[in-house]
Design a protein around this ligand. Structure first.
Ligand SMILES: Cc1cc2nc3c(=O)[nH]c(=O)nc-3n(C[C@H](O)[C@H](O)[C@H](O)COP(=O)(O)O)c2cc1C
Length: 366
């Protein structure tokens, strides 16, 4: 069946429909530990075929945003377990997004105020992290100058991803999505305008600059199984000083070939058009689809009509919705029935408590 509202078999998982809740940072965790409010938020949205959680840092140095729940301590694993149980109790499925921000960070996000790390020592221009201001309040701050990781440290970060993946399974997640999109650490290796290394992770060839991602995928798949491992990518993405380069198509089509070899749970493409970047060209998606042999998800400005068209044309398997899930916990039912969608209050996207988080209502037909 090619219907948005029909079930879909994702490896070992049986999804109840083809609608995915895209990962969204909500910053409701001042102590970094998932809590009952997070469990309620995700449980309310468990009608999605698959939920992907907010970006979850794999270590203290992976952070570039205050108040986000991590996945590197036992307390965090216990907190996430309550979240996964709440979603599973509703018959839902849930992956977590493993995140290392790299240079999109501020010294106030880092342990002991050290410099953030990256593939490079070049600062991300015109980019802001969410850190602590001089007066101690939290808010947007210009990113700090990064330090380039040594080769041994790169391997250490790959290990951190693998350990966090193992912790995710311990916490009851159905799988993990590596955050390879939106200008964060993995993309800081992929993009040749940013990666100025001289070791085997350098950017002189597509193979070399893909190495960090592919070794991370291999390390994670080795620990938790490829069928529980997924990757998010944003070809043509411009967020956080990711300039466009000549062989962007070739780079991502190479990744399509290489990622096909793993039999992953899925690859998730994000079109950043709705975030102000260059759209993924119409000609790119069919090429990627041909080269990537596995489940493909697309996110970015999705509507029911667009999702159905893409699925029926065979371009994608699953459609991910971001912001619409914030204000519409029952998004699947609203789309199915053609009910109106509420608009999210963007002033409450990040930080705070239940307001603008768990207090959005399900639609009440007259
Ligand atoms: C509040 C908010 C937080 C987000 N946080 C993340 C994140 O943690 N990881 C990520 O990959 N994308 C993140 N995104 C991007 C979304 O996953 C999604 O791709 C994007 O919003 C485009 O989809 P949409 O047009 O349906 O909202 C975020 C988006 C929003 C609105």
């Amino acid at each position: 069946m090619n219907d948005l509202f029909e079930p879909y078999d994702l490896g070992v998982l049986h999804l109840r429909n083809r609608i995915v809740m895209a990962p969204m940072t909500r910053a409701r965790n001042p102590d970094g530990i998932p809590n009952a409010l997070n469990a309620l938020y995700y449980q309310q949205r468990a009608g999605a075929g698959l939920i992907i959680t907010e970006g979850t840092p794999i270590s203290k140095t992976a952070e570039g945003f205050v108040f986000i729940p991590g996945l590197y301590t036992s307390a965090q694993v216990a907190g996430w377990r309550a979240v996964t149980q709440a979603v599973h109790a509703q018959g839902g499925a849930i992956f977590t997004q493993l995140w290392h921000v790299g240079r999109v960070s501020h010294v106030s996000n880092q342990p002991g105020g050290i410099a953030p790390v990256s593939s490079t020592a070049q600062i991300a221009k015109a980019s802001q992290a969410w850190g602590f201001l001089a007066d101690g309040s939290a808010g947007p701050v210009d990113v700090s100058a990064p330090r380039a990781l040594s080769t041994a440290e790169v391997r250490g970060v790959i290990r951190d991803f693998a350990v966090a993946a193992e912790r995710a399974i311990e916490a009851g997640f159905d799988g993990i999505e590596l955050h390879g999109a939106n200008g964060y650490l993995i993309e800081q290796f992929l993009n040749p305008l940013v990666n100025d290394r001289t070791d085997e992770y350098r950017s002189d060839t597509i193979e070399n600059r893909s190495r960090f991602l592919l070794e991370t995928v291999a390390a994670v798949a080795d620990r938790i199984g490829a069928d529980r491992t997924a990757v998010r990518l944003s070809p043509y993405g411009g967020l956080f000083d990711m300039g466009l380069y000549d062989d962007v198509d070739k780079t991502y089509l190479h990744l399509a070939d290489e990622l096909s070899k793993f039999n992953l749970a899925y690859v998730h493409l994000m079109d950043q058009q709705s975030r102000g970047s260059t759209p993924i060209p119409a000609s790119f998606l069919p090429q990627f689809r041909l080269r990537y042999r596995g489940t493909l998800i697309l996110a970015g400005g999705m509507t029911r009509a667009h999702a159905e068209r893409c699925i029926q044309e065979g371009l994608i398997d699953l459609a991910a919705f971001g912001e619409p899930f914030i204000a519409n916990p029952d998004l699947v039912e609203r789309l199915r029935n053609g009910w109106p969608l509420e608009k999210a209050d963007r002033s409450r996207s990040f930080g705070g408590g239940a307001e603008g988080y768990t207090d959005y209502q399900v639609y009440q037909p007259a």
